[in-house]
Design a protein around this ligand. Structure first.
Ligand SMILES: Cc1cc2nc3c(=O)[nH]c(=O)nc-3n(C[C@H](O)[C@H](O)[C@H](O)COP(=O)(O)OP(=O)(O)OC[C@H]3O[C@@H](n4cnc5c(N)ncnc54)[C@H](O)[C@@H]3O)c2cc1C
Length: 486
């Protein structure tokens, strides 16, 4: 993990817990028998076991994949095209919340649900600003700047990290928060509402208010004489009472027509349960957050991301709706930026996407059919949509959200068992994820992992290992070993 020194000599540790088990994968497209499986699964029960696993893997020339919650959208935590060992952190899940000092120690194998629940057990006026999926792992999520409904008030999870394992729980939440979920059909002025939402949600309401917008396609064909149509869901979270929320919405976004009986006052931890349900919503107790059963989270889907810096016109929105109607179960998950995100400078941490953005779009498509043909068809659709969106989203570079991992935007090549890049500086996709911070990440990698032992398809590679593809073509694999300083 982050603090491991690969070359440290360690006293021998007699016991390494090896455990083979069925992985609770979230992205079902990686479950097929043709996908590469690990040679070993190591399930450490102490930090030192991780060190041993790293040393053994290095000695035997096996690559390492680290899995925390297993939510990586491209399955990089549990698949690899070269022989590999999987270090599964699910046993390293201790959480120690210290309310007096306003912080918490969290091990990388804990889930977000466990973190939220542990904080709420100790205090009703503390919280943590990270993602909505309760089974997401801390290891993958905190390190890549995951976000949730407190983004506009407190920034991302990574903005609250104090050191490798210590997170800042100095995030005060009021005893009562208000949530609402408002559905709007296409004929209720959907395009006008989305157009207005683009600037209101990120620029015109206080940081305490988060209005997420999900654009989907209704299958309720009877209402529209047999036609499918766009439908909207506005998911509202306000860090305060419903009366204040009503006043704000009436002043800033009266078109949404929110009614008092649609506002639900609850504790922050209850709002976490409310937001953790994406495709269904059922009354659930707060200890549901402790369950590691993926439930509805486990599905076949593909995700891509974009950032929008200028409002998209109504005409263009209508064209985007037409494109969405081509697909069976598509979603645009639109998350407003602004608030605290506009105050944190681009270079503060690795995550760079800050003041320039109005909102982020997560493009999603879900399907039930089995087989490669179906997968290819849905992949093609989402890739076309992404292409289509080019003029309306951020440019130079076209920003992408690292937690929504997408290998379509670029990947390192595996040549002779080593990751290699075609770029002589930061890769184009490295710049999409990290903008100007990409160079800094390369320097850190060069200092702490100069031989690129920790590598995957989208690792930022150490500078001396960036190897133009032409080199491999010219010199062949044997010379490559010398070049790679192994
Ligand atoms: C159902 C679902 C809902 C989601 N909701 C949100 C959301 O609301 N907000 C949001 O921002 N994102 C969301 N995401 C995206 C999520 O934040 C990322 O996929 C995140 O990287 C998952 O972390 P993980 O530990 O569960 O995944 P993993 O697959 O275990 O890890 C992801 C990556 O991090 C690496 N990694 C994991 N642990 C460590 C470690 N200890 N040290 C070094 N590397 C490590 C892995 O090797 C892998 O490359 C969601 C994803 C899913 C599937």
């Amino acid at each position: 993990m982050m603090a491991i020194n690969l070359f440290q000599s360690l006293p021998p540790i007699p016991l390494l817990t090896l455990q083979f088990f069925c992985l609770p994968l979230r992205t079902l497209i990686f479950t097929s028998s043709s996908k590469p499986k690990p040679r070993f699964i190591v399930a450490p029960t102490q930090d030192s076991h991780v060190q041993v696993a790293v040393i053994c893997s290095k000695k035997h020339g096996l690559q390492i994949r680290v899995r925390s919650g297993g939510h990586d959208f491209e399955g990089l935590s549990y698949t690899s095209s070269v022989p590999f060992v999987l270090i599964d952190l699910f046993n390293l899940r201790a959480i120690d919340v210290n309310i007096e000092d306003n912080n918490a120690w969290v091990q990388a194998g804990a889930t977000l649900g466990e973190v939220y629940y542990s904080i709420a057990e100790k205090s009703h006026v503390h919280g943590f600003p990270s993602g909505q999926g309760r089974t997401i792992g801390v290891g993958g999520h905190f390190s890549v700047a995951g976000f949730g409904p407190m983004l506009r008030k407190y920034g991302t999870a990574a903005d609250q990290i104090i050191d490798a394992r210590l997170v800042n729980a100095n995030v005060v939440v009021p005893p009562i928060v208000t949530v609402a979920s408002l559905d709007k059909a296409y004929e209720q002025g959907a395009t006008e509402l989305v157009h207005k939402w683009q600037t209101v949600a990120s620029r015109q309401v206080p940081q305490e208010l988060y209005i997420e917008l999900i654009v989907g396609v209704s299958n309720n064909t009877s209402r529209l004489a047999g036609r499918r149509a766009i439908e909207l869901k506005f998911k509202v979270m306000f860090l305060g009472p419903s009366k204040k929320l009503m006043q704000l919405m009436e002043a800033k976004f009266p078109e949404l027509g929110i009614k008092a009986n649609e506002c639900n006052e609850m504790s922050w931890i209850e709002s976490v349960v409310y937001f953790a349900q994406f495709r269904d919503r059922i009354e659930r107790p707060t200890d549901w957050l402790l369950s590691r059963d993926a439930g509805d989270d486990a599905a076949k889907f593909k995700v891509k991301s974009d950032f929008v810096t200028e409002p998209i016109s109504k005409t263009r929105l209508e064209e985007i709706w037409t494109k969405m109607l081509e697909e069976n179960e598509p979603y645009l998950a639109m998350s407003p930026w602004g608030g605290r995100m506009s105050e944190i400078p681009e270079g503060e941490i690795a995550f760079p996407h800050r003041a320039e953005n109005l909102y982020m779009i997560g493009y999603l498509t879900y399907w039930d059919e089995d087989g490669d043909e179906a997968q290819e068809r849905h992949f093609n659709w989402i890739r076309e949509l992404y292409e289509y969106m080019t003029p309306y989203v951020s440019k130079s570079p076209r920003a992408a959200f690292f937690p929504y991992r997408d290998l379509d935007i670029g990947r390192n090549e595996i040549i002779n068992g080593f990751m290699s890049s075609a770029y002589s500086g930061c890769s184009s996709w490295g710049q999409q994820y990290f903008k100007s911070n990409c160079e800094k990440l390369m320097q850190v990698k060069s200092k702490f992992d100069p031989h690129n032992f920790f590598q995957d398809e989208q690792t930022i590679l150490a500078e001396q290992h960036i190897c133009p593809i032409e080199y491999h073509t010219m010199h062949g694999p044997r010379d490559l070993d010398a070049y790679m300083v192994v």
